[in-house]
Design a protein around this ligand. Sequence first.
Ligand SMILES: *[C@@H]1O[C@H](CO)[C@@H](O)[C@H](O)[C@H]1NC(C)=O
Ligand SMILES: *[C@@H]1O[C@H](CO)[C@@H](O)[C@H](O)[C@H]1NC(C)=O
Length: 348
Amino acid sequence: MFTSLGGVGLRSPRLSRSMFWLGLLTIVIGYLLTTEDLYRYANWQSRGFFSGSSAGFNASSAQASSSLPFNYKAVVAYQAKDRSDGVYANIKNNSPTGEDNYFIAMRNSSDLYAGVADGVGGWAEHGYDSSAISREICSCMRDFVFTSCGGKSTPFTPKQLIDWGYTKVKKDEIVKVGGTTAIVAHFAPNGSLSVANLGDSWCGVFRESRLVFQTKFQTVGFNAPYQLAIIPDSMLKEAARRGGSYIQNKPNDADEYNFKLKQNDVVVLATDGVTDNIAVEDMELFLKDHADDANLQDTCQTFVDQVVKLSKDPTFPSVFAQEISKLSGKQYSGGKEDDITVVIVKVE
Ligand SMILES: *[C@@H]1O[C@H](CO)[C@@H](O)[C@H](O)[C@H]1NC(C)=O
Ligand SMILES: *[C@@H]1O[C@H](CO)[C@@H](O)[C@H](O)[C@H]1NC(C)=O
């Protein structure tokens, strides 16, 4: 086809050849000059541009994974729910994050562990600091990354980290009583993301603002997540006597995941204060709107601020309200007020 056109071109006079191109150009421009088509053209342009840059990007990422390590940037934002009510008034040591807690342990810019944990609130009603267990486990996990394990050359998995954190808090009797979810992610120098999740916190990876990976919630029933618990024997016996029991999982019950990251991926770790309110699609829209933000910390804070606002909106059709509506057959609406903690890691 191309050769045959060339043959025609060779035999044609110069003038008619340029007239042919002029004509073609006119037709193309004519085709483009409606608003809709201009819009389509612009899209095509950016897609074309994007695909060009993505080809270059693939090349550089292939190079990066073979020689240069990946780099990670991590930020956190949180907002504890309002605790003016009496149950919490006499409880000391509440974390600024509420019953949520987090840790970010960056050994260097290409080797990072991060996690969030959500303490089970019910214990506050019995006079216990229900933020203690998530806070202490996070603190032990952070210490492990930097001290106990920092010197070892063998890499350790997020599940091992959860196990070590929980075992230490339990063995050293750092916390009297409590229960917590835990999700931990490791970002390795080679771009491999590994995640261990126990309970209903969440990890998602967004690429070009689209979700490409997410963890599954672990629950034993509605609003009853898997949890690591510390409960004195006397309480266990008392519960058994009354025919009840507590949810008590082992670190080994955590689901494990592996995912290969690419440059510019955005990884979100969040407690259920986020996922009970907004859906993945809402997160995608948010990230798309903020794709050009210069400051990751500001993006994370704005994200949390928006979720907090929705969680207090009585008309917002939150994920939680929709689930209750489905279960009860009645229409509910409104956000779910809760502690909200978000760690965002950007792959650079
Ligand atoms: C970062 O830490 C990891 C594990 O400790 C190590 O393998 C890697 O070489 C370090 N990278 C840099 C850039 O220091
Ligand atoms: C990347 O690093 C992780 C964590 O150290 C390791 O488990 C995995 O095998 C590595 N993957 C490749 C393809 O080298």
